[in-house]
Design a protein around this ligand. Structure first.
Ligand code: HSE
Length: 316
């Protein structure tokens, strides 16, 4: 392998959980994508540089940037005694619940798998990419990384971890509304600390049923069915207090004929799934923004669609 072999990979942002699929479901979204360039070096260390519109304040330390731990793990796996220089082009706004750190980790894992000719399976890559999530949020959840890596609607489940993904229906529009609320930088770990240690059988049954409806809804391309499952009995009830106005916004969006509404990942963004052949997603977005403003909370929105998985955009 020549010391200056390089590859550039793009990975999209994502929304995780989708209501009942806490820590299991993810959907890649087209709006933003990080680009990660990885170049091999003969010095066996990981170096990270950050560029792009959202690079300010992003840690470059390989222990803290979500590209670092997957890079280290894959270098160790290769046994080549090489190092890497990683350039993270941060185009996904962090802190909105759009899987920003997960996309970087996914792009890095995909780039390294190619560069070091490791031929790892999707399951292994998702697991390794999740080490990046642990570095940035303190928990190695796999939902965002699997969506960014595999694209479409992704399910990451079980122990040992298995992953599966399916293209999302083309008529699915995703409205993303982001309230401007002050949250600590470590908001994902804060939101995870609010999770209950134990849950009732009733809550588990509710989530299993709804999650099954979501999975079948994607398989059938039925957005109404997906929407019926977008209600969570496990995480959202404990996290709502972090997101004032969310409950009313959810109610208003459903009344305006969104198919389903959920907190995006660990928040604060809220996603509404809309069948764009039946409803105007922008109209629903405006209803949601208005509802936040009734609670004296400013918010912004965009409308996007599902995206494909991570892809190599250049190699040399
Ligand atoms: N499933 C994770 C959570 C996603 O809700 O904590 C965080 O990005």
């Amino acid at each position: 392998m020549s010391p200056d072999k390089a590859v550039r990979v793009e990975a999209h942002c994502s929304t995780a959980n989708l209501g009942a699929g806490f820590d299991v479901f993810g959907l890649a979204l087209a709006k933003y994508a990080d680009r990660v360039q990885v170049r091999t070096t003969s010095t066996p260390i990981v170096r990270i540089r950050t560029v792009g519109p959202y690079s300010r304040g992003l840690p470059a330390s390989p222990n803290k940037n979500s590209a670092g731990p997957p890079a280290r793990a894959l270098l160790d796996r290769s046994q080549l005694n090489k190092g890497v220089e990683i350039t993270v082009e941060k185009n996904i706004p962090p802190g909105l619940g759009l899987g920003s750190s997960g996309a970087t980790a996914a792009a890095c894992a995909k780039a390294m798998n190619y560069l070091l000719s490791l031929y790892l399976s999707d399951d292994e890559l998702v697991k390794i990419a999740s080490l990046g999530e642990a570095a940035s949020s303190g928990s190695a959840h796999t939902d965002n990384v699997s969506a960014s890596l595999l694209g479409g609607f992704a399910i990451a489940y079980g122990d040992p971890l298995r992953t599966v993904s399916i293209r999302a229906p083309a008529k699915l529009s995703v409205v993303v509304v982001s309230p401007k609320i002050r949250l600590p930088k470590n908001k994902t770990s804060l939101a995870r600390r609010l999770l209950p240690k134990r849950i009732e059988v009733r809550e588990a049954v509710l989530n299993i049923g709804r999650a099954s409806a979501i999975a079948l809804g994607f398989a059938r391309g039925n957005i109404e069915l997906i929407g019926t499952g977008m209600e969570d009995a496990i995480a959202e009830p404990h996290r709502e207090k972090l997101f004032p106005g969310y409950k009313m916004v959810r109610k208003a969006a459903l009344a305006a004929h969104a198919s389903g509404v959920a907190i995006s990942g660990a928040g604060p963004s809220v996603v509404a799934f809309v069948d764009k052949t039946k409803q105007d997603p922008k109209k629903i977005a405006r209803v949601m923004v208005k509802e936040f403003s009734k609670n004296k909370i400013e918010s912004t929105f965009f409308v996007t669609s599902p995206a494909a998985g991570a892809r190599i955009i250049r190699s040399n």
